[in-house]
Ligand binder design. Structure first.
Ligand SMILES: [Zn+2]
Length: 458
């Protein structure tokens, strides 16, 4: 593993830079240099980047071209100009995504992406390479705060790509193993009975760190704590991502793996937004995105310390700029400075995505993201919500995508659910929309029964 890491750092990455013009490491060095600048310097660099992005948006992006005259008036105060634009929520974006594509851009040169997002609404969008490489740079910088280097061995507790056939899956695993030094464990197939085997695989791989969904890491940690098993190898960190990390989860994960738990805050459609530092605070990468927090109803900016809807403006995606993109998360900014010495601004609270783990008829634990993964690959549904009332009884609410709906997709979705959970009963209903919970967020995978209510057969 150490040799693979050495190879990745010393040969593979430098080669990628020469042959593919990958700029992740140079961007990381820029971030590294910026992290100790003063607040004022950071703000002024961010303003310059924002100004340049807005220059581009009003002249090349159809959705923003009507604002060109107003922009000329406000060019000295780009933050104030932004406040004149309505927040871009997913529904509005999905109505006409092509309007956000820069004119003259060739989509075959871009990186297509899609997401279920925190609201469960599948959204399709494009990124360009500089945007993705800036996200990667931010992630590696955040990891470096905990002593983790590019190429260090990592065990990922992750969703496996369902759409791959056997050969593709084998190639994928090979690439992960030898080009990225990563071992994938499926967050869709955690299981009390295979716990020893899984832990043995982790020990053999000797990772420097673990990386996975908060709820999946927590489930694994709970199984270990219940059976008083430890991993027995020193980890630099356990990195939790993609969902809110609650304090009780953090404590259980830290206790089970005997390692610090690090929170990564990012979104498929928002990039790597913030990373936890060794002092325990969440630093936002102000070099990569401009963040605003507004009242969810009035859209008036709220003060630091007050939670509100997070709006993200990615400063680097020129291919498809989305200004004030509303991720669906509730966040509070902070005016405090951190004792760790990093000057990137802090987020005080993050109320992000909530996914539950589901339980199958065979005693497997299946991460809620599994269902999202299936729906994302069907064109028929705008959004969905699945609830496991009891281990064998579920309900599924679906919102149709009117122009793309195929009745056969319902059967595909049910087959996917049953292949993970076993022969469960699923009551399907079609609705116009799925109302958010009292917290203001829509959850799409909810389990109402206790996770231990099925005893796995011996
Ligand atoms: Zn800090």
């Amino acid at each position: 593993m150490a040799l693979t890491g050495f190879w990745i750092r010393q040969v593979q990455w430098p080669l990628m830079e020469v042959l593919k013009e990958n700029r992740t490491r140079p961007y990381m060095r820029e971030l590294q240099a910026a992290q100790h600048l003063s607040r004022e310097e950071l703000a002024s660099r961010q303003r310059e980047k924002l100004r340049s992005l807005l220059d581009h948006a009003v002249s090349h992006v159809p959705a923003y071209m009507a604002n060109a005259d107003v922009w000329r008036e406000y060019r000295d105060a780009p933050e104030r100009f932004l406040q004149k634009l309505p927040p871009l929520d997913k529904t509005r974006f999905r109505r006409n995504p092509d309007a956000y594509l820069s004119r003259g851009i060739r989509t075959d040169k871009l990186i297509p992406n899609r997401t279920g997002g925190s609201t469960g609404e599948p959204t399709r969008f494009y990124l360009d390479r500089p945007a993705v490489e800036h996200y990667e740079a931010a992630r590696w910088l955040g990891l470096s705060w905990h002593g983790i280097r590019i190429g260090d061995p990592c065990v990922m507790l992750w969703g496996s790509p369902l759409e791959l056939n056997r050969q593709q899956a084998r190639t994928y695993r090979w690439k992960e193993r030898w080009l990225k030094n990563r071992l994938l464990l499926s967050a869709y197939e955690l299981d009390e009975r295979s716990l020893d085997t899984q832990l043995q695989r982790i020990r053999r791989f000797r990772p420097a760190y673990l990386y996975g969904y908060a709820s999946a890491l927590y489930t694994l940690a709970q199984m270990m704590l219940r059976r008083r098993i430890t991993l027995g190898i020193p980890l630099k960190a356990v990195v939790s991502t993609a969902e809110s990390l609650h304090e009780h989860q953090r404590q259980a994960i830290a206790a089970a793996f005997e390692a610090p738990v690090v929170n990564e805050y990012g979104a498929r459609d928002g990039g790597i937004i913030a990373y936890q530092c060794p002092a325990g605070n969440m630093h936002a990468f102000s070099e990569n995105s401009y963040l605003e927090v507004v009242d969810p109803l009035t859209h008036i900016p709220v003060f630091p310390g007050v939670p509100g809807a997070l709006l993200v403006t990615d400063l680097h995606n020129r291919a498809m700029p989305r200004l004030r993109y509303q991720l669906g998360d509730i966040v509070a900014l902070s005016a405090k400075t951190c004792p760790c010495g990093i000057s990137f601004p802090l987020l005080e609270t993050i109320d992000g995505r909530e996914d539950d783990m589901f339980i199958s008829q065979h005693g497997h634990f299946v991460h809620g993201h599994y269902f999202n993964h299936i729906v994302r690959n069907l064109e028929s549904f705008r959004t969905f919500q699945i609830v496991q009332h009891e281990p064998q009884r579920l309900s599924l609410r679906l919102v149709k995508e009117p122009d793309r709906f195929l009745p056969a997709d319902e059967a595909k979705l049910l087959a996917g659910i049953r292949s993970a959970l076993g022969e469960v009963s699923v009551q399907v209903s079609y609705v116009d929309h799925i109302p958010p919970a009292s917290s203001g967020k829509t959850r799409y995978a909810i389990r109402e029964c206790p996770l231990t209510s099925v005893q796995p057969p011996e």
